[in-house]
Design a protein around this ligand. Structure first.
Ligand code: GAR
Length: 194
């Protein structure tokens, strides 16, 4: 089976949606590891409940970004991870990981990229007065929220929406879309290797 690692920094609702989808769907793949860069993040509790092994790091306690990523990479290799997905991982991926997983790193972003990249895509679209925004899943490259787009889904911003209601709508779309796109990508990789 394809072994997947999820990277997350916060609540982990996408992590949970991915794990549950992989448990119920017919796919020769499993979520084998959670990597977290905030030892107090709620996603670690979800991993424990769901029975997914996890590792947590304090990037600031390393001498450099390279040293941090090398430590993460050692865990990925130790767990024989084939594919990495970023699900609310609020950190720019550096060369150490990019080189080790070329085209094997995927990210979800809460906007229709290239609009509203960065750390607060939902708030930025809302405050800009946009009438629509959405969700993008893409392959990670060295840029911030750039790289080949795998899928996008539009979410309307209605006049009576608040940031909270918009967040709920976006998350609901993410939880459906992300597991599907990951599974489609895994099937594509499996065909290439067959
Ligand atoms: C998600 O909305 C994800 O798209 C976003 O963080 C949230 C994490 O929620 N990612 C980014 O903004 C990346 N630039 P979760 O922890 O509940 O899955």
């Amino acid at each position: 089976p394809v072994r997947l690692a999820v990277f997350a920094s916060g609540s982990g609702s996408n992590f949970e949606a991915i794990v549950r989808a992989f448990q119920t769907d017919q796919i020769n793949a499993e979520v084998a590891l959670l990597v977290c860069d905030r030892p107090d993040a709620f996603v670690l509790k979800r991993a424990e409940t769901l029975g997914v092994p996890s590792v947590a790091f304090r990037p600031k306690s390393f001498d450099s970004k390279e040293a941090y990523e090398q430590e993460v990479l050692d865990h990925l290799l130790g767990a024989s991870i084939d594919l990495v997905v970023l699900a609310g991982y609020m950190r720019i991926v550096g060369n150490t990981l990019l080189k080790a997983y070329p085209n094997k790193l995927m990210n979800i972003h809460p906007s229709l990229l290239p609009r509203y990249p960065g750390k607060q895509g939902i708030v930025d679209a809302f405050e800009d007065g946009a009438t629509q925004t959405g969700v993008t899943v893409h392959i990670v490259d060295e840029g911030i929220d750039t790289g080949p787009i795998l899928a996008q889904e539009t979410v309307a911003i209605e006049p009576d929406d608040t940031i909270e209601s918009l967040e709920r709508k976006i998350h609901a779309v993410e939880h459906e879309l992300f597991p599907k796109v990951i599974q489609t990508y895994i099937k594509k990789l499996q065909k290439e290797h067959a």
